[in-house]
Design a protein around this ligand. Structure first.
Ligand SMILES: C[S@@+](CC[C@H](N)C(=O)[O-])C[C@H]1O[C@@H](n2cnc3c(N)ncnc32)[C@H](O)[C@@H]1O
Length: 717
């Protein structure tokens, strides 16, 4: 038997003594009570009273437990915060212990209540001598309820005594000296709780015996509450006093067999704990290249890989120094590729931790409210700029009344040049972090080419709205909305930044004027039919040339722009001298204004590699991977004799073929092949590698060395 187990047994004995003490006190008191003047209570009355008391006590208990648990968590949160702010890992409270500690208090309260009223205000049914019998049976009930959790605590303590010790490491390295301290902690935190609870019952019994009335009840109530709170605080802090460190001593060598068993058990436990930890961590590992992954990469760059590795090693990577909903002032150190500020505390001894705050810039001091804690970082809502970066920020530039509420735009306070510089940096980081290429072969990322339009350019927007709340009467709603009256709860617009909650919009300054003009009528239709929706929905608004007019790539005179809302409709757009059609729900670049510049840039970038038109090594073949409806394949086609587009979506392939035809490109010159772009060699094995250029605009594919690499472009769209 090692020191630790012996200690646990001692603990068990201590628990039993404490419980017995309680029981004895209670039994003596019940006996005194009975002895007072009623030696005999008819059994049926005793049973009826007992049952009713149990029910009432249970009810009161549920109410009180809920209230007290709320208080408990408040105190627990406070203690944890205090501990953390002192650089601790935070207190560890055994929730079950705490629960039973708290559970005693409502018993006292309910008993005091019953005693004080002695009149069953909750019942109109008279019970012969009922009030008296309540008073007499309360202690019995209390005894029963004290024994049950008491036995549980003892059983719990004996079955899983290790639970008392904070972590696996500390358990396996318990030194006798440390155990001594721990025992004090356990006594203070656990046994004392039982003893205090027993003492706490005393006023109740005095009240029963002496019939002191309501004043005493109030005193009991206050006493019980204060003592309860005291117990909780004691519990919380006493657990923090477990200072167990250092190598453990095992005085008695165990037999080889039990040693083997123990090793197997330990290995199993370690495997279980590792699996659990990995599962937890996996839940926090974002999908590669997702916005969360991009953010995490930026966080690691800011903190340093060594700091992140160290936190993972010592298991503190999820120990946030910030409480949920806490409001903090921080210094913004960098901006992530997603456009959010990465802020840190400027306190000297602060834990290495990043807080992600939208709508702020490097060099600013910002106030924010933490709403989620994650691995080595927290997410926060923007509240206020305390100290602006006056070089970069000019709020006069903001052209949208929803900016800093809407999740759509992040950079409107910046000059357009700075926005383009930030975007360039996104491409630089994307190459560095995701290309897998050595730095030496990564091309120089050029300046971002700006869009001709900075507002009014988006040809697609997707506002949302929620369905009527369940409590809304649909018939009354129909009458209301058919007259065009919009219910208060109905919001049609975009999501509030980092929330799954929609806010109303009247306009979207980055959308084209055609879409903005169409918004009121579309929203009005939603209002009028909202009673028919079972779920919320997303609207699609897409700008298109009028498709009822015959398409002609060379004649723009009949071009009329419309707003299309049908997901299955064909959309038509003009890009330079080419026409493109695609299905409304599929992908197409959302900034039509920049497409001539974008496609010309790629075309010129390829041409510039071979300035001599007679250069025999000039490529003749082009592959447009991830080609969608053929934007690049078609716009670059004049420079090549053979072009192939590779695309995984059969619908897009259909439209790409149709677009080639629409623009008068011969089927022999241009083919579209359905396939996975990663399998590119299978798909285009007929293309001569040395004469082939591959264009790729999706960010998901690394160009193989076998093909010439088109200089990558970073374009502001
Ligand atoms: C961002 S869009 C670009 C489309 C086109 N290059 C343009 O700029 O209009 C990406 C396209 O890649 C396609 N795609 C996604 N995964 C693919 C894969 N593994 N192989 C081929 N195409 C894929 C999608 O269906 C989509 O049409």
């Amino acid at each position: 038997m090692n020191t630790f187990i012996r200690s646990c047994r001692t603990q068990l004995v201590a628990d039993t003594v404490a419980i017995t003490f309680l029981l004895v006190v209670q039994i003596v008191l019940v006996y005194l009570l009975w002895m007072k003047d009623h030696f005999f209570i008819p059994p049926e009355l005793l049973i009826a009273g007992f049952i009713e008391t149990v029910l009432v006590t249970l009810f009161l208990q549920v109410v009180a437990v809920v209230q007290l648990l709320l208080v408990t968590w408040g105190i627990f949160g406070f203690c944890t915060h205090q501990a953390k702010s002192k650089g601790d890992k935070g207190c560890r409270v055994d929730v079950k212990d705490l629960f039973f500690g708290v559970l005693y208090i409502p018993f006292c309260l309910s008993g005091a209540f019953l005693t004080a009223t002695a009149s069953r205000p909750w019942s109109t049914r008279p019970l012969e001598g009922g009030a008296e019998i309540f008073v007499r049976t309360v202690p019995l009930t209390l005894v029963v309820f004290t024994v049950i959790p008491g036995v549980y605590v003892v059983y719990h303590g004996s079955q899983s005594p290790l639970l008392r010790y904070p972590t696996r490491t500390t358990r396996s390295s318990v030194s006798p000296a440390a155990l001594g301290t721990a025992r004090i902690g356990i006594f203070v935190g656990h046994d004392l709780k039982l003893v205090v609870t027993g003492l706490l019952l005393l006023p109740l019994y005095i009240l029963l015996i002496m019939d002191l009335g309501k004043l005493m009840t109030i005193i009991t109530f206050v006493l019980a509450t204060l003592t309860g709170a005291g117990i909780i605080i004691l519990l919380t802090y006493s657990k923090r006093t477990y200072p167990i460190r250092g190598p453990g001593k095992r005085p008695h060598a165990p037999s080889p067999l039990s040693q083997e068993e123990k090793q197997a058990k330990r290995a199993k436990a370690v495997a279980r704990a590792t699996a659990k930890r990995l599962k937890k961590q996996r839940g926090h590992i974002p999908e590669v290249c997702s916005p969360e992954d991009v953010r995490w990469t930026d966080i690691v760059s800011l903190l340093g890989q060594d700091v992140v590795d160290k936190a993972a090693e010592d298991g503190s990577e999820f120990n946030s120094p910030f409480l949920f909903k806490s409001e903090v002032e921080l210094e913004v150190k960098a901006i992530s590729s997603n456009g959010e500020g990465l802020a840190q505390s400027d306190e000297e001894d602060s834990k290495p931790w990043v807080v992600v705050v939208p709508f702020c810039l490097p060099g600013e001091r910002v106030k924010c409210r933490v709403f989620k804690n994650d691995r080595m970082h927290s997410l926060a809502d923007f509240m206020q700029i305390i100290r602006p970066n006056s070089v970069l920020r000019d709020d006069e530039r903001v052209n949208c009344k929803y900016f800093s509420k809407c999740g759509g735009c992040q950079y409107q306070m910046l000059s357009y040049e700075t926005q383009l510089a930030f975007k360039r940096n996104v491409v630089v980081k994307a190459y560095k972090n995701y290309s897998g290429l050595p730095q030496s072969v990564i091309p120089e990322i050029q300046s971002t080419i700006g869009s001709p339009l900075q507002y009014g350019y988006r040809t697609k927007i997707t506002p949302h709205f929620q369905a009527p709340p369940p409590k809304v009467d649909r018939i009354a709603l129909q009458a209301q909305v058919e007259s065009g009256d919009k219910p208060d709860w109905l919001q049609i617009g975009f999501n509030i930044q980092s929330q799954n909650k929609v806010f109303d919009i009247e306009e979207c300054p980055i959308a084209t004027p055609v879409l903005n003009r169409a918004l009121p009528e579309i929203f009005q239709n939603v209002v009028k039919t909202i009673h028919t929706y079972k779920k919320g929905a997303t609207l699609l608004l897409r700008e298109s040339l009028d498709t009822s007019v015959d398409p002609d790539p060379n004649d723009t005179s009949k071009d009329t722009k419309l707003c299309i809302t049908n997901n299955h409709a064909s959309i038509r757009e003009r890009v330079g001298g080419f026409l493109f059609e695609y299905v409304a729900s599929s992908f197409f670049q959302n900034n039509n204004a920049i497409l001539p510049a974008l496609t010309s840039y790629v075309r010129e970038a390829i041409a510039s590699l071979y300035p001599d038109p007679n250069d025999s090594s000039r490529p003749t073949h082009l592959i447009d991977t991830y080609c969608g409806s053929g934007l690049f394949a078609i716009t670059l086609s004049p420079d090549f004799s053979t072009v192939a587009g590779i695309e995984i979506s059969a619908d897009s392939i259909l439209y790409a073929k149709r677009n080639a035809k629409l623009n008068g490109i011969a089927a022999e010159k241009m083919t579209f092949r359905k396939g996975d772009a990663a399998e590119i060699f299978k798909t285009v094995s007929d293309f001569p590698p040395e004469k082939t250029v591959m264009e790729e605009l999706s960010g998901a594919y690394r160009p193989p060395r076998k093909f010439n690499l088109v200089q990558q472009v970073a374009i502001g769209f």
